[in-house]
Design a protein around this ligand. Structure first.
Ligand code: FES
Length: 106
């Protein structure tokens, strides 16, 4: 499927061990910095839609601030409920100091 690289923000915007959310086209994408590696995933919890970037990051696990669902941010898979559906994860690259994510058109 054809995808499009969409700019989300400057590299260095997300400090190590932290997350931020960014607009990417018509969606919100969360970027997490795990030991210097950036990971991109949907910033919308599959339970009731809270912002995952406002939750807690523990290694590669993100915990939703609303009801505590946990996801593996490298795969998007649910580690702990109440959520049952995985979140989308995105390929990410850095070009000219800017973070970009690959968005596939649905
Ligand atoms: S909205 Fe994320 S756990 Fe409920």
């Amino acid at each position: 499927m054809a995808g499009e690289w969409v700019k989300v923000g400057p590299e260095g915007e997300v400090a190590e061990g932290e997350m931020n959310s960014f607009g990417a086209g018509d969606r919100m994408v969360a970027i997490a910095n795990v030991d210097g590696d950036l990971h991109a995933f949907d910033d919308v919890c599959t339970h009731q839609g809270c912002s995952l970037a406002e939750g807690e990051l523990d290694g590669t696990t993100v915990e939703c601030p609303c009801h505590g669902s946990q996801f593996d941010l490298t795969t998007g898979e649910v580690i702990g409920g109440p959520a049952t559906e995985s979140v989308d994860v995105y390929q990410l690259r850095v070009e000219g100091g800017e973070v970009q994510v690959l968005i596939n058109e649905q």
